[in-house]
Each structure stands twice: as C-alpha cells, then as structure tokens.
Design a protein around this ligand. Structure first.
Ligand code: MSP
Length: 671
C-alpha cells in the first residue's frame, strides 16, 4: 500500500560553497526520495540553507558583504548545483525567508507558552564554527567537535528547559530503537543523555544576525533552534496554510552527518515535545567523506567539488560511486583513482557493457526486436538467471530500505555479472554465425534472457542513476521509465517483439586523462583568487594553524634570491590577516606574555604575544590587529599559540601594534 513519505537533508551553512560532502547527503536523500516515488508513495523531499548566526555574520563581514547579500549568493550556489545535478527536491527552504521566520517565532511562542522557556545568564565557552555551547569548559578550551578554540561568552539569554526532557528522551530511544540509526549513534546519544542534561541557552544578545525573539527583539533566537525548525516551517507551520503540514508531518527520514547528531537527536525531539508536535520517525546519521585522510571541509582546504566530477564523468557516476563505494554510516575515503576505477569496473565494463553487447546483438541478429524465447531451446542456466534476478529484486529493496545502499547495489550488480558470465558461456556470437534452427532458437533464448536481466538491473539502479538508466530503458524499447510501475517489477515482463530504440554507449570508458583532468580542475579552482561569487575561497581560513607569540620575532626569511631579497611568490606564502581581539589576559608566571583570543572572521584562534609590558589586556579587547595566520602552532608555557601578531619592534622601547587608520573588515588579507 502506498503512503506518504517525507525526507529531509540538513540545511547547509552558507559560509562555504557546496562540495561533495554536501552532495553526498543530498544525493542519498534524492535516491531514497526517487525510490519512494517509484513505489507510488506521495513523497516530499526538502533541502535548503542555514543562513543566520554569528558564523555567517562573520563570514559575510570577512567577504566585505552584508549578511543577506552573502547568504543570497551562497544559497544560490547550493541551489544551482542541486539543479544542475538534477536533484529532485520538492522544496528549498532558506532560513532568511519570511515563511521560515514566521514559523520559528510561532514555535518559540508555543514552547514559551507551554512553560519551557525562562530568562537567565550564560557564562561559558562557545564554538562559533559549530554554533555550540560547550558546557563545563574553561576559557581557551577547544571545541570537542571541531577542535577549534572556543570563545568566552557572557550574555543575558533565554533558556530552554532541556533538563525536563531527559526521561522522555531516554524513553524515546529505548521504546523506539529505530529513532536513531545506525545503532552506534543511538548508543552514543543514549549515554550522553543518561549523563544528565543541562538547560540550553536558546538566544543570543551580542549580535543581531538572526530571528528576533518574540516580544524581546534585543535577542535573536539561537541559530540551532532557528535551523532545526526549518523541517516544520517549510511545511507551513505557523502560517495560515497548513495543508502540507497536515499531509506530510512527521518526517519519515531525517538524514544528517554524524557531527550533528546531538542537535538532531537530543535538542530537536525535546523542542518538538515542548511544542506538542509529533516526532520524526527516524534520524539517520551517515559518516564522513574523507579526502587525504581527514574530513573534507572548507577550513582544512581539502574539499573536492562535485561539479568537477559531474563535468568529467557525469552526475550518475558520482551518485553511483558515493552510494556504492562508501558503506553508509561509516566514514569513507574519496579519491579520483578510486572513482575512475569503480566507474570503469562497474559502469563502463559492467552495466554499460551488458547493455551495449545485448542490445547490439539483438539489433544485429533480430533486426532490433526482442526475440521470442523457445521452450525447446530452454536450459537450466536460463532459470538460474531468472532466480538471480528475483533474488536481486528482493535483496535490493530490503537493503536499500535499511539504508545499506552499497549492499543493495552489490546485489543488483551480482545480477549484472551473472548475466555477463552467462553470455560468455553461451557464446551468442557463435550461435549467430550458425544458420540451423536449433542455434537460432537458442540464440533467441539467450538474448531474451539477457535483455530481461538488463531490464531488471536497470530498473533497480534507477533511483541511484536516474539519467543513464532512463537511457538504457529507452534503448530497450520500453519508453519513459517514469511511467513504469516499480511495485510490479518481476521477472518475465519484457514484451516479446519489443522494438529497441537507438543503441548508444551510456558509460564510455574513462582513461587516466580523466583523473588528470579532474585533478587539474580542482587545483585551478583552489588557486583562483577570491572573487565575489566564491565566498568560500574568500573566507577560507588558513589550512595550517598558525603560531608564534611575540610581535618582536621577525618573520623568518623564506626562500631568498641571491641579493638577499625574496620574490613576490615567497611573500605571498605569508598569510597576513586582520583579526579582532575578543579576549585578552595575562599568562600566569610570564610577565611579558598575554593570551589572546582573536577573531579571524571564520574562526577564533588563541595566540600568545609578548606585549604584556606595553599593553594592558583590557585595552586590547575589540582592537583590530594584524596576524601572521599560517605559522605552524607552537606551545608556550603549556599553551598553544596559533598565530603571531605584528608590531613595530623599537630598540630598547616597547612594541607598537600594527593597526589601520581606516576601518577594515575582520579576516581581510594584507597583500
Ligand atoms: N547548518 C547545519 C545543519 C543544520 S540542520 C538543521 C550544518 N551545516 S553544514 O553546512 O555544516 O552541513 C553539514 C552537513 O553536510 C553534514 O551533516 C553532512 O550531511 C554534510 N557534509 C558536509 N561535509 C561532509 C563530509 N565531508 N562528509 C559527509 N557529509 C558531509 O551543519
């Protein structure tokens, strides 16, 4: 029986351009949504962008743009990538849209009116990159999630009574074991919640880029409450038209990356319970896509754009690779070599070769019409293929519906290789050379069996590779694949005498030059100068964490040219950036040393500087300084310094900090 099916991706931060990490989640959801549509479910697939908060405000500032202009540009980049890849989302929610703001405020009021919001003061550490309150940490502590130095926050805030939901959450995880998948994540969440929940600050009052708190606009709503609400505001919650909400809520699948499990599996259900809203049926957390051994991320500078792969191998190759190569739920490495290897083995030589050899032989020997199998020429190996196909249909469905995409595809490709072997063993080309009736009948049976198996494999792969399977379907003479009722998919439905369409190669073989081309495209893209439409480049913090404490130490000479001067290339290796001091304090037992937390627009760093004799710490807070941002980290007095500030070093005198007469945005690079 068909039902409704509502699936969501996380909404992506607009501080970074889309890369294949984002594409991975969106493609997985797209494949699931397509399968549900194929099976007749009334499906709604939501994605969008997360545009508020301190991190976005700072990234916009670093790019010299207003937050709204910045968010508009990057949100468009995400959306146009998804359109270019043919992703079949039904709605694209932006958190700066009016419909969302209205919905979030309605949700706030509901939670408040139910008695779960109160006023208080938050003093503690905050990670701007993760937009996470880090409870119980000391100043200078690193974020447990991303490892960046946290900032000290002291603000009058509104609090959510998260602690009131501890028992209910535990009941949820134990009573509904599929609520969090996979099980490893569920166990992590369960032990986190069993460890005790503190109330959560859900507003900020020291910046303004967010949705105002109802009846108290001096505060903006905490960006995670704002963002999580997208899943319900997109359906019209808080508006006059709740048709979609009535139809699709609650979500059937909420797909996320493993780093945002706490927000989705603890805060989100608690917010929903507090607002008397039904809970999602399941939250599925996948692993990370790694590149060069670490999580692909903008700040590490190790991202690969999905566009590059799509340009060279096509979108279906990317979709297949991501869902086949990576065991869903676990981390998986991406490399161009593995991509091309998988493409050639499974697509060019696998499904593509099966399609072209089967269809070419039907064209050659039977004038392009699917031949009649003959009873007389029937052999047990034909039944074995039918049996493999039946098993593939059953296995594919059950693995896929358990989010085991790799295994699902493996079972469909088990059919592809079984038919390949069958063709090799039955040598239809040799049968085709013979003129006797028996050979002719056997040839018809072998090619019919092969074409039917090709049809089944193509149908199964359709949600994963919609474009190329639609082409093979047409070449099989079956018309528009979208018209096919997949619930009925079974062995033996290929109509005899079906006239084939034009036969063309769907997956041309890729050679080494494909890898080189993709590598070159990425290198070029990573080295392009910041441009208005490349905000990720503009705001990318240095890949290597910087260091060195005193302004007095001159920059070490980099590769010199003979007369003692350095080339412009050498100079550009030094990354000088404007930073703003957020926190300044003396280091115990070191008269000259100050510990600073400086904001680079995209991150806050801890640096140590030997300027304590010249500057009182409190005079530095808010001041814009210049730092060398790409020095390797260095430890001093047990503290790590991630950068070096610049100052004039006066003989016998005190250091004087480099500064500007005009106002400059935080994060701006000095060249
Ligand atoms: N804006 C929040 C989510 C709010 S949802 C209410 C956020 N945004 S994000 O831009 O950082 O996107 C995170 C998501 O993008 C991950 O949870 C994951 O789905 C996807 N990925 C981003 N990089 C990834 C990898 N390197 N590997 C796998 N998925 C990745 O967090």
């Amino acid at each position: 029986m068909s039902g409704k099916f509502y699936i969501t991706t996380p909404i992506y931060y607009v501080n970074a351009r889309p890369h294949i990490g984002h594409a991975y989640t969106t493609i997985a959801c797209d494949a699931i949504a397509r399968r549900h549509r194929m099976l007749g479910d009334d499906t709604w697939f939501l994605t969008g962008t997360d545009e508020h908060g301190q991190k976005i405000e700072r990234a916009a500032q670093a790019a010299g743009k207003s937050p709204q202009q910045f968010a508009d540009e990057v949100s468009d980049l995400f959306r146009s990538s998804w359109d270019r890849f043919g992703l079949s989302y039904d709605d694209y929610i932006r958190t700066t849209s009016d419909r969302h703001k209205r919905g979030v405020q309605a949700l706030w009021r509901k939670i408040r009116d139910n008695g779960y919001i109160y006023k208080g003061t938050y003093t503690g550490q905050y990670c701007v990159s993760c937009e996470l309150y880090v409870d119980g940490a000391e100043p200078g502590a690193e974020c447990p999630t991303c490892g960046r130095v946290t900032e000290t926050v002291k603000e009058d805030n509104y609090f959510f009574k998260l602690s009131a939901f501890q028992e209910k959450l535990v009941e949820l995880y134990t009573g509904q074991p599929d609520f969090i998948r996979p099980e490893t994540r569920r166990n992590e969440v369960l032990s986190f919640v069993n460890g005790g929940l503190r109330d959560l600050s859900i507003s900020r009052s020291t910046f303004s880029w967010g949705i105002p708190v109802p009846d108290d606009p001096r505060h903006v709503i905490y960006v995670w409450l704002d963002a999580l609400a997208n899943y319900v505001t997109a359906l019209g919650y808080g508006s006059n038209d709740t048709t979609k909400y009535e139809k699709y809520w609650p979500p059937d699948v909420q797909m996320i990356g493993k780093e945002i499990v706490r927000f989705h599996c603890v805060y989100w259900p608690a917010f929903l319970m507090a607002a008397d809203l039904p809970l999602p049926k399941c939250i599925v957390a996948h692993g990370w896509l790694l590149f060069e051994e670490s999580k692909m991320s903008k700040s590490r500078g190790n991202v690969v754009r999905a566009d590059t792969i799509v340009d060279v191998l096509g979108v279906d190759a990317l979709r297949y690779f991501l869902l086949r190569e990576v065991v869903f739920g676990q981390d998986g490495s991406f490399s161009f070599d593995a991509l091309v290897q998988r493409y050639n083995a499974d697509l060019a030589n696998g499904l593509g070769n099966l399609a072209s050899r089967t269809l070419t032989m039907i064209t050659r020997y039977f004038k392009g019409e699917v031949p009649y199998p003959s009873h007389a020429a029937h052999k047990p190996e034909d039944d074995a293929i039918a049996e493999t196909a039946r098993k593939a249909i059953a296995d594919f469905g059950s693995y896929f519906d358990q989010f085991q995409f790799s295994k699902a595809l493996e079972s469909a490709w088990g059919l592809v290789s079984a038919v390949d072997k069958y063709i090799v063993e039955n040598e239809p080309w040799a049968l085709g050379d013979k003129q006797d009736e028996e050979s002719r009948q056997r040839l018809a049976t072998v090619l019919h069996t092969s074409a039917e198996a090709l049809r089944i494999a193509t149908a199964l792969a359709h949600p994963v590779m919609p474009d190329s399977t639609a082409k093979i379907w047409e070449q099989l003479g079956l018309g528009d694949i979208k018209q096919f009722d997949f619930k009925q998919l079974a062995w033996g439905q290929l109509h005899l005498g079906t006239k084939l369409g034009e036969v063309k190669a769907v997956f041309p073989r890729a050679d080494k030059s494909a890898i080189e081309r993709m590598q070159k495209m990425e290198e070029q893209n990573n080295s392009t100068a910041p441009a208005p439409m490349t905000p990720a480049t503009a705001v990318t913090p240095p890949a290597a964490a910087p260091s060195a404490p005193t302004m007095a130490a001159p920059a070490k000479p980099v590769a010199t040219v003979p007369d003692g001067k350095i080339s412009i290339d050498d100079f550009t290796k030094i990354e000088l950036r404007v930073a703003q001091v957020k926190v300044a304090e003396r280091v115990k037992g070191a008269d000259k040393l100050l510990r600073l937390e400086v904001d680079l627009g995209t991150e806050v760093r801890q640096i140590l500087a030997g300027i304590a004799e010249a500057y009182a710490p409190e005079t530095l807070v808010g001041r814009k300084i210049v730092i060398v941002a790409n020095l390797a980290p260095r430890k001093m007095r047990g503290l790590e310094s991630n950068g070096m500030l610049l100052a004039a070093s006066l003989e016998g005198g005190k250091p004087v900090l480099a500064s500007f007469l005009e106002d400059v945005p935080i994060g701006a690079r000095l060249k």
